[in-house]
Design a protein around this ligand. Structure first.
Ligand SMILES: Cc1ncc(COP(=O)(O)O)c(C=O)c1O
Length: 381
C-alpha cells in the first residue's frame, strides 16, 4: 500500500500553504474552508466541518446531539472500536445491537430489541463500504425519536437508493486516514443539513468557542467581576484541521473519480478470481444499493477461522462489564451487558470472514497474489 497516494496536485497545494506561512485556521486560512465547501458540494450536505481524525468526527457528531450523561446510544456490535469509544467519551453508554449477517451492518430489527427509556440515538456504520438498510433504520429511529448518526468512514460515495450515504441520517462522519477512499494522512469530516447540530459539532471541536473562525453566531459573555473572558461558551476539544491537511484533502477530492475507478477495477479482479469457488460467498449487495468498498468482504469456509471487530469482547469493555460502569465512571444499567453471546449474528459472521483491501494504490500483481493466496487456502481443504 501507500504508493501513488499523493502526487503533483497535493504538492502544489502544500507549496501554497508553505508560501502563505499560515498553516492553521486563521484569518488568511484558505484550504480548510475551501475543502469544507467542496466536500459539502460533492456530498450534497449544507454544513460541513473539517476535523483532525475520523474518531474526532464521531466524537463531535455525538456531542452535537445534545445527549445527557448516561444516555444510551445503540451501535453495531461489530464495527471498528472508533465508533463506540467516542460514545463513552461524551459520557454516554454504548449499547451493542446485532448486525445483518449478510453485510455485517446494523440490523434494523435489533434497534427496537435494545431500546430503553434512556435510548437517544443510533449510530449506523456502512461497514466495508456497504450501505446499511437505511429506510428501515430511519423508520425505527423516527418512530422512537432517535437521532441517527451515519458513520461513513469506510463508505465514501457509496449510495443507497440513489442517495449518497451520509445524506440520510441527521449527521454523518467521515475519516481521511491513510487507508480510506481519500486521505490527508489523518483527518475527518462532519456533515449535516441541521444548522443546530453543525453549530454544536463545530463548537465542540473548537473548545466551545462557537465564533472561532466559523462565522457562527457569537453569544454575548457577561463580564464576571469586571474580568474579560475569551468566550468558551460550551465544553469541547481542539479537533481542528490544519491547512496542510486540508490542502492535501482538497487535492484528493479533486482526484476522487480516478481513485474510485481503480477501486472498482480491483473489486472486479477479486470477484472474477473467486466466483467459481462454491465454498466462497462474495459480498452481498442489496437491491438499490451501490457499495463503494473500502475492503471487499467475502465469506469462506469456517476453517479459515475468525476475523472481525466485536467491540464488547475487547479488554476495555470487559473491564467496564466487571466494574459495571464506563471508563468515565458512568454506571451501567442492568440491561447493558458486554458479554460474549450478546450479538449472535455478529459473532457468527466473523467465522470464515475474509477481506481484500481494494485501496486504489494496489497494483494488479499485488491483487492477483492476494486472490491466489486466498484461493490456495480455500482449495487446500
Ligand atoms: C467505521 C470507522 N469509523 C471511524 C473510524 C475512525 O477514523 P480515524 O482512524 O480517522 O480516527 C474508522 C477508522 O478506521 C472507521 O473504520
Amino acid at each position: 500500500m501507500a504508493r501513488n497516494c499523493f502526487g503533483e496536485r497535493e504538492l502544489a497545494y502544500l507549496r501554497q500553504v508553505v508560501e502563505g506561512q499560515v498553516a492553521w485556521r486563521w484569518g488568511k486560512s484558505n484550504f480548510v474552508p475551501r475543502f469544507e465547501e467542496a466536500f459539502g458540494r460533492h456530498l450534497g450536505r449544507q454544513y460541513v466541518h473539517a476535523v483532525n481524525s475520523g474518531t474526532s468526527a464521531n466524537t463531535a457528531a455525538y456531542a452535537s446531539l445534545g445527549l445527557e450523561p448516561g444516555d444510551e446510544v445503540i451501535c453495531p456490535g461489530l464495527a471498528p472500536i472508533f465508533v463506540s469509544f467516542p460514545i463513552v467519551a461524551v459520557g454516554c453508554i454504548p449499547v451493542f445491537a446485532d448486525v445483518d449477517p449478510r453485510t455485517q451492518t446494523l440490523a434494523p430489527q435489533a434497534i427496537e430489541a435494545n431500546l430503553s427509556p434512556r435510548t437517544r440515538a443510533v449510530v449506523v456504520v456502512h461497514l466495508n463500504g456497504q450501505p446499511a438498510q437505511m429506510d428501515e433504520i430511519m423508520a425505527v429511529a423516527r418512530r422512537h425519536r432517535l437521532k441517527v448518526v451515519e458513520d461513513c468512514a469506510q463508505a465514501f460515495d457509496a449510495t443507497y437508493k440513489g442517495r449518497k450515504v451520509g445524506t440520510i441520517g441527521d449527521i454523518a462522519c467521515f475519516s481521511l486516514q491513510q487507508s480510506k477512499h481519500m486521505t490527508s494522512g489523518e483527518g475527518g469530516m462532519v456533515a449535516t443539513d441541521d444548522p443546530e447540530l453543525y453549530q454544536r459539532a463545530a463548537a465542540f471541536a473548537n473548545s466551545g468557542m462557537p465564533w472561532y473562525m466559523y462565522d457562527l453566531p457569537r453569544p454575548k459573555a457577561e463580564p464576571l467581576a469586571g474580568l474579560a473572558t475569551r468566550g468558551h461558551f460550551s465544553f469541547g476539544h481542539d479537533f481542528r484541521c490544519s491547512e496542510f491537511h486540508a490542502a492535501v484533502a482538497l487535492a484528493q477530492l479533486e482526484r476522487i473519480g480516478e481513485f474510485h475507478a481503480r477501486r472498482r477495477e480491483l473489486v472486479t479482479m477479486v470477484e472474477n478470481g473467486l466466483r467459481d469457488l462454491p465454498e466462497v460467498r462474495l459480498a452481498h449487495v442489496y437491491a438499490g444499493t451501490q457499495p463503494n468498498y473500502w475492503q471487499y468482504p467475502v465469506h469462506g469456509p469456517e476453517r479459515l477461522g475468525r476475523r472481525g471487530e466485536i467491540n464488547y469482547i475487547e479488554v476495555e469493555y470487559q473491564r467496564m462489564q466487571q466494574q459495571r460502569r464506563t471508563s468515565l465512571g458512568v454506571p451501567l444499567p442492568d440491561h447493558v451487558q458486554y458479554v460474549p453471546g450478546l450479538c449472535p449474528q455478529a459473532e457468527a459472521s466473523t467465522l470464515g470472514a475474509w477481506s481484500f483491501f481494494v485501496h486504489h494504490s494496489t497494483d494488479d500483481a499485488e491483487m492477483e497474489a492476494a486472490v491466489a493466496a486466498f484461493r490456495d487456502q480455500v482449495l487446500a481443504g
